[in-house]
Design a protein around this ligand. Structure first.
Ligand code: 3PY
Ligand code: ZN
Length: 631
């Protein structure tokens, strides 16, 4: 009550007091109304039990058993790692340290890209938190954990109904020794469109504060102008600016001259001049063939004086071979995932790569046995997310034809199903490649890849081809994302847009050629916070304000769900997706040291008004919950 009075005080609201402590200690301000936390949670569990979870076929809750969490000594601090090097020597010192290493450094993507690519980004904070103590102690020699950004931010709010900032803060507390890395879509932040410059600056500042050390920054058209604001913001925050070049095309194919080695070399030089600490090659679709990797890395090593970090997806099955050749060429850091979360659209397996390099002059800086042990945990946990698997179960060399990013494959497939094109998935993939050519052979990575995907779905759905699009173009209502791309709101592609197509899409509207951020009004964060404070009736952190600035609608739905069900992130994943079985008993740790014991005692018959009464036992007391049966 004291805090509530303080934050409602008019001087507080007018900003006369220094309220930065709210931003610095957001956890102090997350005080759900205690009296009905249990009831709200039962309402969530009751609802999923009766009505199921979107995307999860309703049926008997599978019996998953307990995942294998390796035992570690929590009384011992995790060994010092790269986080301490960064904190002690700064971003430039860290960069020098990387250059001095003989071994190849490793980023583990299990916490982000691996599940984004295999499980439609659905892995929940509780499953990351449960393995975090062990990961900190068993993977202390990693370069970084890639654990945030990309689609995780949006999916956390939108589908998992949990706060991604709390994920970051929670993991940071448990893993104080290894750098945290995120994927930042430059001027698109963690969204699908450009935002005003001050949103990018504020986002970087707060993410750095909450625990991100390395920002991998890319532009979805490799447009360096679009990356400048983000690179500068990261430099200003004292963190590591890892500027990425997205790899597309094929430098080995003499007929595909648009993206040749010189193109990549000149981009690399530009990014070095922009102040990048590390250069990333982001092979988001896994198109970089082993021999191309050797050539590209060799040439880039001669072009820039920066450590080089290579990222790929193993969709074709050639990932290990690619990395081995890149390592011969002198690459400094590679991205891998733990065995059970690796391969196919995800990253290559860390332990497989380590074994593949035996006898090589350069070895991975990696504890293979520990990686194996941690992989057992993920083998168990991955089963929870079976409904979100893409169904791809063998390598797809067709990737070299359709060029679809690993992170997009399972998502686009879900999108296709949602619009009734599930059975025409093969056609959608083929159309994806054709749309790319229609668009002038562009870089395809979020959000430009989403535009290509939207257009491919649109064309298959409406039985359109390249010719009919131009011929009937004036009477076609193109998807909004396509209009946005051709208006220049995602930046400028290398070589420009195809003019005839641009004309029919824009229908007389003039495209922009400047940086979209220059044209946008900055967001007034103080004002936004105040408005949100009134709307939500609770203190508002800078994290909330940023979430609202990025996704107003998704954030609103998230806060509505939170008001209805409380903090659902603490519920174990099987229960979160499948609800409870009759007579099942579960435990939920709602805060450190405070656990609820829940049992589902009975489910009543549907009543005339379509509701059912569920009886639960909550810490020994009976509770009745009324749920509307939507079936
Ligand atoms: C993302 O932007 O989410 C990606 O993973 C792009 O590859
Ligand atoms: Zn990726």
């Amino acid at each position: 009550p004291f805090l509530e009075n303080v934050v409602k005080h008019e001087k507080f609201l007018s900003g006369e007091y220094d309220t930065s402590f709210i931003d610095h200690t957001p956890e102090l301000f997350l005080f759900p109304k205690r009296k009905d936390r249990g009831t709200k949670m039962l309402a969530y569990i009751g609802n999923v039990t009766v009505n199921g979870f979107p995307g999860v076929d309703q049926g008997e809750k599978p019996d998953f058993g307990k995942p294998r969490i390796p035992k570690v000594n929590l009384l011992e601090e995790p060994p010092a790692g790269t986080k301490q090097i960064l904190d002690e020597r700064g971003a430039d010192g860290l960069k020098e340290w990387v250059k001095e290493q003989d071994e190849v450094l490793v980023t583990d993507t299990t916490f982000r890209d691996a599940h984004q690519s295999l499980l439609a980004t659905r892995v929940r904070t509780v499953d990351l938190k449960n393995i975090a103590d062990a990961s900190a102690r068993m993977q202390s020699d990693l370069f970084s954990f890639e654990m945030w950004g990309g689609a995780t931010f949006d999916v956390a709010y939108r589908f998992l109904k949990e706060d991604p900032w709390m994920r970051l803060l929670t993991l940071r507390e448990k893993i104080p020794n290894v750098m945290f890395q995120m994927l930042l879509r430059a001027s698109n932040a963690v969204g699908y469109k450009n935002y005003p410059d001050n949103v990018i600056q504020e986002f970087v500042k707060r993410s750095a504060y909450a625990g991100i050390d390395v920002f991998r920054i890319f532009d979805s058209l490799n447009w360096v102008e679009g990356m400048e604001t983000a690179i500068q913001a990261v430099r200003d925050s004292g963190k590591v600016a890892e500027a990425a070049i997205c790899y597309t095309g094929d430098i080995l194919d003499p007929t595909r001259t648009k993206y040749d080695t010189d193109y990549y070399k000149s981009l690399a030089k530009e990014l070095e001049n922009q102040g990048a600490h590390i250069l990333a090659i982001k092979d988001m679709a896994g198109l970089l063939k082993p021999e191309a990797a050797y050539r590209l890395i060799s040439e880039l090593k001669d072009t820039v004086d920066l450590p080089i970090h290579l990222h790929t997806h193993d969709t074709s099955g050639n990932g290990i071979f690619q990395y081995a050749r890149a390592i011969e060429a002198g690459v400094d850091i590679v991205d891998t995932a733990l065995g059970a979360m690796s391969g196919l659209t995800s990253q290559p397996s860390a332990s497989s790569l380590a074994y593949a390099l035996k006898g090589n002059t350069r070895q991975l800086k990696l504890d293979v046995d520990h990686s194996q042990t941690l992989s057992h945990y993920w083998e168990d946990v991955r089963k929870y997310y079976a409904p979100f698997e893409s169904g791809m179960n063998s390598p797809h060399s067709e990737i070299y034809k359709h060029e679809m990013p690993g992170g997009q494959y399972s998502n686009l497939q879900q999108q296709a199903k949602a619009v009734g094109l599930g059975a025409r998935w093969e056609e959608v993939k083929e159309m994806y490649a054709r749309v790319n050519q229609m668009f002038g052979d562009i870089v395809k990575v979020t959000p430009s890849s989403k535009v290509v995907g939207d257009m491919a779905l649109f064309m298959v759905q409406n039985d359109l081809d390249e010719q009919s699009v131009i011929e009937k173009g004036n009477s076609i209502d193109f998807p909004d994302s396509v209009i946005e791309l051709f208006s220049g709101y995602l930046g400028q592609p290398h070589g420009g847009f195809p003019e005839d197509l641009q004309k029919v899409i824009l229908k007389g509207k003039e495209p922009i050629t400047v940086r979209p951020g220059e044209l946008m009004e900055p967001v007034d964060f103080d004002k936004l916070k105040e408005e949100l404070f009134h709307e939500l009736g609770r203190p508002v952190t800078s994290f909330d304000a940023l979430a609202h600035a990025l996704y107003p609608k998704v954030f609103k739905e998230f806060t509505d769900t939170a008001a209805q069900f409380g903090d659902v992130s603490v519920i174990d994943t099987p229960t979160f997706f499948y609800g409870m079985k009759l007579n099942e008993e579960i435990e939920v740790e709602i805060e450190t040291g405070k656990t609820l014991i829940l049992k589902l005692v009975s489910i009543g018959e549907a009543r005339a008004d379509g509701t059912r009464v569920l009886y639960f036992d909550l810490n020994g007391q009976q509770r009745e919950i009324v749920i509307k049966d939507e079936s």
